[in-house]
Design a protein around this ligand. Structure first.
Ligand code: C2E
Ligand code: MG
Ligand code: MG
Ligand code: MG
Length: 292
């Protein structure tokens, strides 16, 4: 447990909102909340919502992101912003993250139908990335579910841990397995440009705050255009997050974005609902430039 606490302390992102701040919660409440969270993982109270990523060229589904929710017995359905802070501070995010990875890989392995495959994006917390067994966990999740390594993309956010040699080595190992790496919430962190150059990142996800402002604020539009151009020059794909309107989509296509994600296509949905949506939005094998 001491090592878990150390990783948590070392790796907890500085720019993340800590909902369960130690200053706000009494120690007993914190301990109770932590126990509750660990029990939730074990008792099957966590669920995954799936949100597609669609190609800016043909509108077809190219990927899907797994997003965790907690069906709390008393407080109802909780979003990640309501419990991830505590999970990271206490190290419970390691159990949570393992559950997410295994469950999402198992679901994604079931979506293969012989047409072009859809990549699965899973978010990884800085605490998970800093854990020495993270690559082993990914390897085990792939082997246990039969999902091919090149179908998995790990989404990481810009935090201080990305600068560490150990995390950089972890990302290199993932890429060595065939797993992709996406930089999430791009533009909101720090050291963005050096991160893109020094880490094996293949996909840049432009934070939804820039997409939300792109039509009304010239500064936001300029940031989006600059990120897309720079990523293109570096050979990276770009995904716009939080696309809600046809006007936003038109602007992003004009800017040269690779792919789009947001409520406009599908709100994060339970696995069965996503599966139905996917059946009507998959790219047929014959026109796909991606091959298994
Ligand atoms: P994220 O990875 O950047 O995920 C995108 C967030 O934007 C999701 O919030 C999604 O529901 C929301 N979103 C999608 N489309 C739209 C849109 O059109 N408009 C708006 N306003 N929002 C949209 P969610 O599900 O609450 O997740 C919040 C964050 O929690 C995620 O941000 C991610 O950083 C983290 N997270 C979620 N699941 C996991 C997980 O399994 N593990 C870890 N470590 N973090 C997770
Ligand atoms: Mg993400
Ligand atoms: Mg994001
Ligand atoms: Mg986010």
């Amino acid at each position: 447990q001491a090592d878990v606490a150390m990783y948590a302390a070392k790796a907890a992102g500085k720019n993340r909102v800590q909902f369960f701040s130690p200053a706000l919660l009494q120690l007993d409440d914190r301990a109770a909340a932590e126990a509750e969270l660990r029990a939730a993982v074990a008792d099957g109270q966590l669920v995954l919502a799936y949100q597609p990523v669609v190609s800016a060229v043909d509108g077809r589904c190219t990927a899907v992101e797994a997003l965790v929710r907690w069906h709390h017995p008393v407080r109802g359905l909780l979003g990640p912003d309501e419990f991830l802070g505590l999970a990271e501070e206490t190290g419970a995010v390691l159990e949570l993250g393992e559950w997410v990875l295994r469950s999402a890989c198992a679901d994604a392995a079931g979506w293969d139908d012989g047409s072009t495959p859809v990549a699965l994006h899973v978010n990884a917390s800085p605490v998970q990335l800093a854990h020495p067994q993270f690559v082993d966990l990914v390897r085990a999740a792939l082997a246990g579910t039969g999902l091919a390594a090149d179908r998995l993309v790990v989404e990481v956010t810009e935090t201080t841990v990305l600068d560490s040699p150990a995390v950089s080595a972890t990302l290199d190992e993932l890429v060595g397995l065939g797993v992709g790496v996406a930089l999430d919430d791009f533009g909101t962190g720090y050291s963005a440009l050096t991160t893109l150059r020094s880490l094996p990142i293949g996909i840049v996800k432009i934070d939804k705050s820039f997409v939300a402002g792109a039509l009304t604020r010239t500064a936001d539009a300029a940031v989006v255009e600059a990120i897309v151009q720079m990523a293109g020059r570096l050979g990276l794909a770009t995904v716009a997050e939080g696309v809600e309107s046809a006007e936003q989509e038109a602007f992003l296509r004009m800017a040269g974005i690779t792919a789009l994600q947001g409520f406009r296509y599908l709100r994060p949905a339970p696995v069965a609902e996503f599966g139905r949506w996917l059946a009507g939005n998959r790219r047929p094998a014959s026109d796909g430039e991606l091959t298994p």
